[in-house]
Each structure stands twice: as structure tokens, then as C-alpha cells.
Design a protein around this ligand. Sequence first.
Ligand code: SF4
Length: 289
Amino acid sequence: MEKPNTKSSARLPGWLKQRIPAGGGYQNTDQLLQSLGLETICSNANCPNKGQCWDRGTATVLILGKVCTRKCGFCSVGTGKPQPPDPTEPARLADLAEKLGLKYLVITSVNRDDLPDGGAGHFADCINTVRSRLDFMEFEILVPDFADCQDYALEILSTARPFVFAHNVEMVPSLYPKARPGGDYELSLKLLEKAKQSYGDLQTKSSIMLGLGETDAEIEQVFRDLRSAGCDRLTIGQYLKPTKDSLDVVDYIRPEKFDFWAEKAKETGFKWVISAPFARSSYFAEQKQ
Ligand code: SF4
């Protein structure tokens, strides 16, 4: 049987063929990021929405370098020994937010299992530096699972509370050994639960990819597990093979099925849901619902 290969757009179903707009907004965002020496998850994860998001002047900044201490089968970010946090990065992030005229800033990072605080201190520095210059800014942080330091990381982040605290379970737990071997589903749920309990008034968010071979019953169970952990927001998107070495796509889920999952998620109690083939954790993150 032929294996799906999303690197060849000819093999994609029609609803997954998308043209990148060549508008001036895209180039402006691109040049600004390059001149400030900032990384994005948009580029490092080969996000299919890059054209659209950058054209409208939004990007998700990848702090703490582009070298991850883990190696997940679904992700295209490089693995290795990362550099220490760059103390100039928070100010460069503030420059970006100022020049793009942002009101809502999404920040994420690679896993930094090499750092005693998992990188939480650098997240806090970034938020506090931007906030000191742009006090109206709302922040969404998409953090790793802080495997061995969850309580410590949450204590640090309490000095720089975001509007949304996001951590992605990424997929149903039965797929973790194959696709997310360094992860732990229960630990991810625990982080979301602790963040909700510690900070109370903030929104928590997670994201799941479909098309990796999960069953409908497993998806519904993830919805229930996230709600039990107090999770408020959810994005549901199609897994797309980001590099030739990444895991193969098992199914292309039709857009109508994503609509079905959006309804199901709302029935389960999520207040904010984006469910679509190209939905990603930070896709239209600033949107009010
Ligand atoms: S959806 Fe998120 S990661 Fe993808 S291009 Fe938009 S901002 Fe970047």
C-alpha cells in the first residue's frame, strides 16, 4: 500500500492544498524576525499557516533556541545539546511586539530538560520585559511539560502570569510510545491541572493532532481528561508529516469531521475551540469566542 507523503502536495486531499499569500505583510514579518534574530515555531515546525499568519502580522516566537532535548516522531524541530538562554532575547522579543503592533503575543519553546527550571525563568523574563514596555500586552505561553520541575516552574511563572497557559497533550496517549516517547500523558494533564489550581483566573489550553491512527473513542477520552484537569481551551488539527523522516500520516480527516469534533468538544465543556484541518495551537490564538 502506498504511504501518505505530505511533502508531495499532489497526494494531499483537496482541502489540504493551500497557497501561501505573497502579500507585503508576510515579507514585513519575515524581515523583522530575521533582523531581530528571532526564531519561530512557524518556521521550525513547517506550519502550514505560516503564509496566512505572517501576512496578517502574527507569529509564534520560539524562545530558548531551536535545539530540543527530546526527539518526537511528529516534530521537525532539531534535537541536540542546546545553548544557554540568551539574555538579549527578551528585549528583542519586545522590539518585535512593538514593531508589529501586537496586542497578543504567543511564546513557546523547545523542551529544555537540561535546565533546572525547564526554561521557566526565561519565559518569565520574556513576559516581564515585554510587559514593562507594552503594559497592555496579553500573553499566551505554550510550555513544555517541565517534567522534573513542574512545581518550581509554576512558582517562577507566577511572577509573570500570562492570559493563557497552554501545554499540548498533542495526541491520544496510546500513541505516545511511538510518537512522543519522551512525554508522559498523565504528567501533561498534571501540569495543566496544577496551573489552573495555582493561578485560578487564567485560561488553560491544550491541543491535539488527529490522523496519527487514533480512534474516536480515544479522542473523546482525551476531551474528558482535559476537562477533568480544568482545561478551558482546545485546538484540534490534522497531523501533517513535517519532514520525510517524520511519522507517516495514517488518515486525512475530512473537514466535516473536524466540525463534529468542535461540537463534541463544546459539549464536553470547552469554552474556546478551534477545530479544522489546519488548526494549530497558536492559530488565531488572539481570537475571542
Ligand atoms: S498557526 Fe501558529 S505556528 Fe502556525 S504559522 Fe500561525 S502563528 Fe505560526
